[in-house]
Design a protein around this ligand. Structure first.
Ligand code: PGA
Length: 260
């Protein structure tokens, strides 16, 4: 049985005041609904500069904290970079890797994602590796080929699947208000699980697969009802406490249904 997982990707948003307000609301709900949260793991991924503040605020809660990226290098003259080990030492649990915005705006290749993945696992962080096709690729019938290549590219190293979470985030659905239909998402998740099973069938069955791309409270129940959608990577809706909490609650309901 795979535990539900809801991760908020805050991207380059926030101030100390907004982090305090947003986490304040989530933490109130966390205390009030401990039982709900027990069935679902929840995490937030603020910018690097807000990590320490978020970690302090979440210290006594069940909400974990993660980073949105890490360097592939361990230390050295890499101006502007942050090592996985530094994030682990700070107390981060998760790290998002290979997000399409990193691939698009920072020219991240599959090789670089693979190197970051190895560095993250080495440091003891739990990586969430993002894959997903563009609209043009989907329309050209290449969605599966693209996703398979991204997976293969990222998983070239000796990283065991047990340490891995994969997020399927179709680029055309990110921040656009266009969500993949539950069937489109489930189809791709089945395909991804199949790709992982080619590496290790037992671990693939236990690997959590998140869907991301315009997830919000209003559309998440149908997504979570799919057998291979184990949670969500949430962008815009993660910045609104009631929305994010509603998504966590929906994951808890889905976890209960799947376990019956
Ligand atoms: P979105 O972003 O929910 O705003 O579409 C998701 C993501 O980029 O992880």
């Amino acid at each position: 049985m795979r535990q539900g997982l809801v991760v908020g990707n805050w991207k380059m948003h926030g101030s100390r005041a907004s982090v305090e307000a947003l986490l304040g609301s989530l933490l109130d709900a966390d205390v009030a609904q401990g039982a709900v949260v027990a069935r679902v793991e929840a995490a937030v991924c603020p910018t690097y500069v807000h990590l320490a503040q978020a970690l302090d605020l979440c210290a006594e809660s069940s909400i974990a904290v993660g980073a949105q990226d890490c360097s592939h290098m361990q230390s050295g003259a890499y101006t502007g970079e942050v090592a996985a080990e530094m994030l682990a030492e700070l107390g981060c649990h998760w790290v998002i890797l290979g997000h399409s915005e990193r691939r698009q705006y920072h020219a991240e290749s599959d090789d670089l994602v693979a190197a970051k993945l190895a560095a993250a696992v080495e440091a003891g962080l739990q990586p969430i590796v993002c894959v997903g096709e563009t609209r043009e690729q989907r329309e050209a019938g290449e969605a599966q080929v693209v996703v398979a290549a991204q997976l293969q590219g990222a998983l070239t190293g000796q990283v065991g699947l047990a340490a891995l979470v994969v997020a399927y985030e179709p680029v055309w659905a990110i921040g656009t208000g266009l969500t993949a239909t539950p069937e489109q998402a489930q189809d791709m998740h089945t395909f991804i699980r199949g790709c992982l099973a080619d590496i290790d069938a037992v671990d693939a069955a236990a690997t959590r697969l998140l869907y991301g791309g315009s997830v919000k409270a209003a559309n998440v129940a149908q997504l979570f009802a799919q057998p291979d959608i184990d949670g969500a990577l949430v962008g815009g809706a993660a910045l609104v406490a009631e929305e994010f909490q509603a998504i966590i609650d929906a994951a808890a309901v889905a976890a209960e249904c799947h376990s019956e």
